[in-house]
Design a protein around this ligand. Sequence first.
Ligand code: GDP
Length: 195
Amino acid sequence: MKVTQAEFVISAAAPHQFPQDALPEIALAGRSNVGKSSLINRMLQRKSLARTSSQPGKTQTLNYYRINGQLYFVDFPGYGYAKVSKVQRKKWGELIEAYLREREPLRLVLLIVDLRHAPTEDDCLMYDWMQHYDIPCLVVATKADKLPRSKWQKHIRLAQQTLGMPEGQQPLLFSSESGLGREELWSYLVEAIHG
Ligand code: GDP
């Protein structure tokens, strides 16, 4: 998809701040520093619309980006950051749960993992949560450029097994550095929105 317009809309701290125009939404989840902002910027071909590596774990808001006036990317706060307080963690859980449970325009959650490492316990919890709420989820394994091509399949299988993905489903390979996977991911998103 050709992105002609991409704009930050709102940092929503509570459900009443979510947009009311019912455009389809693609949510993005992943642990802090996994490469989520870089992926958003690469998908939108913008250098720094989504902030990269700023105060990991600090923002407990859902950041909305409107694309081509057609859909939203909803950037979840990164999880798994050690210095986040218990209170913040609880707030994070409540906001995400409210969103996943009640958000009618949600079409798909992208769970971003790092191809180099096995998914973390938090990644597995997030994945299980999506199954529990019956929300379509695509696992995207990013930073592929940091591994030699010969190791990709082994690491894809590791992610697949650790998350307990069903047979026949596998993570999509991505690199924000090289743009690998961008077209494939857009095709998937367009299908999720219109299909
Ligand atoms: P976030 O906290 O999940 O939003 O992560 P960022 O997008 O800020 O990325 C964390 C770090 O990983 C930054 O230094 C990025 O430049 C780097 N990074 C992110 N994606 C990639 C990628 O696909 N390839 C490489 N080589 N580095 C990446």
